[in-house]
Ligand binder design. Sequence first.
Ligand code: ASP
Ligand code: MG
Length: 411
Amino acid sequence: MAIIVQKFGGTSVATADKIRKAAKRAMQAVKSGNSAVVVASARGHQTDELIADAMELNLNPPKREMDQLLSTGEQQTVALMAIAMDAMGQPAVSMTGAQIGMITDGVFSKARIKSIDSDTIRRHLNDGKIVIVAGFQGIDDEGNITTLGRGGSDTSAVALAAALGAEVCEIYTDVDGVYTTDPRIFKKAVKINQISYDEMLELASLGAGVMHSRAIEFGKKYNVKIHVRSSLADVEGTLITHEVPQMEGILVSGATIQRELAKIDLVGVDNKPGNAAKIFAHLAKHKVVVNDIIQTERSAEKASISFTVGKNDLSDAKKAIDEIKNAVHCDSVFAREDMAEVSVVGVGMRTHYGVANIMFDALAKAKINIDSITTSEIRISCLVERSQGEKALETVCNAFQLDRPVDKRTY
Ligand code: ASP
Ligand code: MG
């Protein structure tokens, strides 16, 4: 019998009615001849509420106790869903992360999964039960409850699907799939039918917020087919899979914008080994997370280094640079906090030319100045002034026809 893993996010289990609907989905999968494993998140905003409860008592709560506390949100959902299934005559059993042997390392609040004992789940499935597993949590070698980081139920679900060799991991959410871009900015955005793990990872790291990126990494590593779909409507969503040959023809799958960026330029740094290392070691010491880095040689003696950071990190970054600038003989430092970055992502870029030029040309025609450009094998990003960010995103979406399904695009 094929095993299907179905994950329901917080909004999809927020009320009794929604829990019943989710339960029915799993029961439908069983009626169609499969074994079903459900992974559920805490209901609605419960995780946020539990965090607020803790903060009222202690502004710096012990991490172990936070994990102990937050794991209870998911535990409630799974018990309630089993109770709902029982009322509908469906044999079911709810399990915590510990009960299914989801072993993690001991890093509270961002634990990583080490192993899963799938035997317990299989035994219940063989008894004809639906197994409902609390997402987001595990247990370390010492028996402490751990959590996997915010949004971590996705990762629980994909990891379970991998361990069980499930046919598919369905991620049920309140949107009907992954869109070519944020429909709140580009209203004509369309749903993507199929996307590769690599593209999805890039989109997630660029802030497209659809899925926990660890979940996508797991999916890629263990080849788990992931289907992101709506818990409200019965329509096909977005399939995240390994790269298939027809994807090569798709130059751009999606576009994103990161609005809150700042940039620092170090102009005229001594052009010699070790200076970049000095600068970025010092930034790391100040716990500044650096996005993109560009270094160019200006002459035999001098180089320039620019980098972007989140706007909130700018003051820490400036402080770090002020402390280190003399050590690298930097002539001058400029900082700007009004930047945004627009990116396009597509595996087709690996094998096609002319993608960058479509993007730059469209931005030029829209009179948007590109401050700097960075790329990966499957991504091109342009830094622009924040006031022009949304216009830049729309411009790029129009240029790559992200309002059309892939087979209707004409470039
Ligand atoms: N309940 C957790 C959170 O809100 C985990 C999840 O929803 O995936 O982050
Ligand atoms: Mg979530």
